[in-house]
Every structure is written in C-alpha cells, then in structure tokens.
Design a protein around this ligand. Structure first.
Ligand SMILES: NC(=O)c1ccc[n+]([C@@H]2O[C@H](COP(=O)([O-])OP(=O)(O)OC[C@H]3O[C@@H](n4cnc5c(N)ncnc54)[C@H](OP(=O)(O)O)[C@@H]3O)[C@@H](O)[C@H]2O)c1
Length: 294
C-alpha cells in the first residue's frame, strides 16, 4: 500500500475508496456494508464518505464487522453546506461520529466552500482538532481564493484539498498552488464520475479515451489502472468508487507497472478543462436544496 504524509505528519493511504452513491444515492443498507466489507478484504483501508452521502452508518457497520482495529482505517467525512457555521459544525460532526459509531475521524473536510461561513466553520473544526476528535482537517472544492481566505486566520493548516481531477480536467494551476503550500491533492471522480449520480455517459469518460486505452494495452493493465497510476505517480490521493469486485481489485492493485514521463505528459495533454461534476462557482445554490439525511 502506498502512503502520503500529510503536512501534520499523519499518513494517509494513497488509494482509497469513494462511497458516494454506492448502491444508489443516499443508500445506507446491508448492500453498502457488504460492498465495503469486500473492499476491506481486498485491502482498502481509506474510505471517503460525507454526511450528505447518507451512508455513514453502513460504513461504521462494515468497520465493526471487519473485526479489524479502528486504527488500521483512515476514515474521511465531510460537512455539507447546510451544516456550516460555528455551532452547526459541532452538531454536524457529532452526528457523523454517532452515525459511524466512531470516537474520532481521521480527516474532516469542508465539502464545498461557502465563503460567508468559512471562518466560523474552520474555527469550529480547529476546536475538534485540538480536542483530538479528528486527526487532520481539510478542504474540498476550494478555489485558490478560498484557500487564501483560510490562510488569513487559520491556526491549523488544511492538509488537503479534494477536487475533481481526471485526465479531462487536470486543474494544474490549482494543483501546483496546493502542492507548493503542502496541501495534498485528493482526486474525486478520478475515473470521470459515477454514472448513477452524475448522468455522464460512458463515452464522455476518460476511461474510454483512445490514448488511455492504448497506454493500458501497452502495459497489460486496465484503463482505470492507468488513470489511477498517473495520479499516484504525481503524488496525488485517489478515491475511485467501485461496486464491481473486479473494478475494486484492479483499482487497488497499481503495482507492477510504471508510466514513463512521456506517457504522463501525454495524459496531461488530454486536459480540456472539462468538468464532469459540480462547479464551486455555482454549486452552493443547488447544494442548499440537497438534504443531509438523518
Ligand atoms: N468532494 C466532492 O465534492 C466529491 C464529488 C464527487 C465525488 N467525490 C468522491 O469521489 C469518489 C469517486 O468519484 P465518483 O464516484 O464520482 O466516480 P469515479 O470513481 O470516477 O467513477 C466511478 C464509476 O467508475 C466505475 N469504475 C470503477 N472502477 C472501474 C474500473 N476499474 N474499470 C471500469 N470502470 C470502473 C464504477 O463502476 P462500478 O461501481 O459499477 O464498479 C462507477 O460507475 C466518490 O465516491 C466520492 O467519495 C467527492
């Protein structure tokens, strides 16, 4: 397993599993728990959930049913737009822990920037960090200006920024800015989004791009493995979501081949600044209409 050291010394497995819409949007049932248990048996230890994914209980059950010690896992959850603000952040965090039945989180992220609330939310998160209820604090979907805002008051530095990143949307200037400031990049929708929630058709995804397929064939690996390795070799965290066992396996097994610098450059060249998911410039209004289930 590959690890990345975050800027506060905490180690995160570089390959994790994303849990948005496993079994459908906001499903919290035995199917989700079983899917996570399969991932655990393959070797996954990093799991990325969020209050709005509505499956924290299923993840907590899988952790308990695995019989593995809590400290072997790296568990991330996120605070939704409607939960931001000083006291709401404390309430939202407590609810996430309760649903997960955990005593602490490894990483807690602000899911989307809401600049009017960022200071209150982050300061409340800093209290949770000082109380050792969370091992690291981070951001998601933060633009450069949002990070600059945090830098004006934060006492605890964000360890990461989880952003949409795949070969068609590489966000290189933001990646360079974050990595320069030792904010690790975690790539969401690394394979080009999960069909069940995004409505993106298979033919639009980088996973079927002729260049990716050609490079995959030349290494005798899958296109998904090429995209994930392209991220891993550039020191980025990946959280692909997979429900099919063969997909889960191949996404986790990234050893045994290395992309050359020219292959990495060729894949970088696929960037078309093409977002397949939400845009932080506009997402907040719609996010307010999406409820966090109990
Ligand atoms: N912070 C944010 O705002 C944000 C936004 C979106 C997502 N995320 C996080 O990022 C995670 C991943 O993103 P995502 O779920 O949108 O999409 P993704 O990981 O890019 O793609 C998931 C899709 O790819 C398929 N797939 C997985 N492995 C494959 C393989 N080896 N070969 C072929 N197809 C494969 C999956 O199919 P099967 O499931 O059928 O195997 C699923 O349809 C989410 O689960 C969530 O944790 C965060």
């Amino acid at each position: 397993m590959y690890f990345i050291e975050l800027n506060n010394g905490v180690q995160i497995p570089q390959v994790g599993m994303g849990l948005a819409a496993v079994g459908g949007w906001q499903q919290d049932n035995e199917y989700v728990t079983d899917t996570i248990l399969k991932a655990i048996s393959i070797g996954y230890r990093q799991f990325d959930t969020a209050s709005v994914y509505g499956n924290e209980r299923a993840l907590g059950r899988a952790i308990r049913e695995s019989g593995l010690p809590r400290e072997t896992f790296f568990i991330t959850s996120k605070i939704w737009d409607t939960e931001q603000g000083r006291s709401k952040t404390h309430d939202a965090f407590a609810r996430s822990l309760e649903r997960l039945q955990l005593e602490y989180l490894d990483l807690y992220l602000i899911h989307w920037p809401v600049p009017a609330y960022t200071r209150e939310t982050w300061e409340a998160m800093e209290v949770l960090y000082q109380q050792k209820k969370v091992r690291a604090l981070g951001l998601s979907n933060f633009r450069k200006a949002d990070i600059e805002q945090i830098a004006t008051f934060a006492e605890v530095r964000p360890v990461c920024n989880q952003i949409e990143l795949h070969p068609y949307f590489t966000q290189q200037p933001l990646v360079d800015y974050c990595q320069f400031h030792k904010i690790a990049i975690s790539c969401w929708s690394p394979l080009g989004t999960g069909s069940s929630w995004s409505g993106v058709s298979q033919s639009e995804k980088p996973i079927v791009d002729p260049l990716i397929v050609k490079i995959a064939e030349s290494h005798s690996v899958s296109p998904a493995q090429v995209i994930l390795k392209w991220n891993v070799q550039q020191h980025r965290i990946v959280i692909p979501k997979a429900e099919k066992l063969e997909n889960m396996r191949s996404n986790f097994l990234l050893t045994g081949f290395t992309l050359s610098n020219s292959e990495i450059r060729e894949i970088n060249g696929l960037n078309g600044n093409k977002r397949l998911g939400g845009d932080p410039d506009y997402a907040h209004k719609n996010n307010l209409t999406v409820k966090v289930p109990d």
